[in-house]
Design a protein around this ligand. Structure first.
Ligand SMILES: [Zn+2]
Ligand SMILES: [Zn+2]
Length: 135
């Protein structure tokens, strides 16, 4: 898969080229902060699949967690772009930052349903998991 995207103000731009490793909607509480309250729709890639082509994102990692994610966001407009997994090997791209979000073919799973809100909607036929799907 190959596409470009960036933040709301255009200061930070990226290009992605690589295989989609996982695509889902996440209901976890941390995602609710960055999504605005709804599920977070994302696609997962190897970290080297994404290259920043304009600007430099700010990166935030919580210091009080055992296995924190690192979140990249635009230092000017605050748009959250990607989340790096603690394994250092994969990252997720937020679908809303793609130039053409319709390239996302929809979630293959709804994860962290244990933290879902009553108003979160899951499309019919999408498998649901309390946390992550079993490996
Ligand atoms: Zn921006
Ligand atoms: Zn989440």
């Amino acid at each position: 898969m190959k596409f470009e995207g960036g933040c709301y103000c255009g200061a930070v731009r990226y290009a992605v080229e690589g295989e989609v490793l996982f695509q889902a909607q996440c209901q976890c509480r941390p995602c609710q902060y960055v999504s605005g309250g709804g599920p977070n729709f994302f696609m997962m890639f190897a970290v080297d699949a994404l290259t920043y082509t304009k600007g430099t994102p700010a990166r935030f990692t919580r210091s009080d967690l055992e296995a924190p994610r690192s979140r990249d966001f635009c230092p000017t407009c605050g748009t959250h772009l990607t989340t790096r997994q603690p394994n250092g090997k994969t990252l997720v791209v937020k679908v809303g930052t793609m130039d053409d979000p319709s390239l996302y073919s929809g979630p293959s799973a709804a994860i962290f349903m244990g933290e879902a809100q009553p108003f979160h909607c899951i499309a019919e036929g999408v498998p649901q998991f309390d946390t992550l799907p079993p490996r």
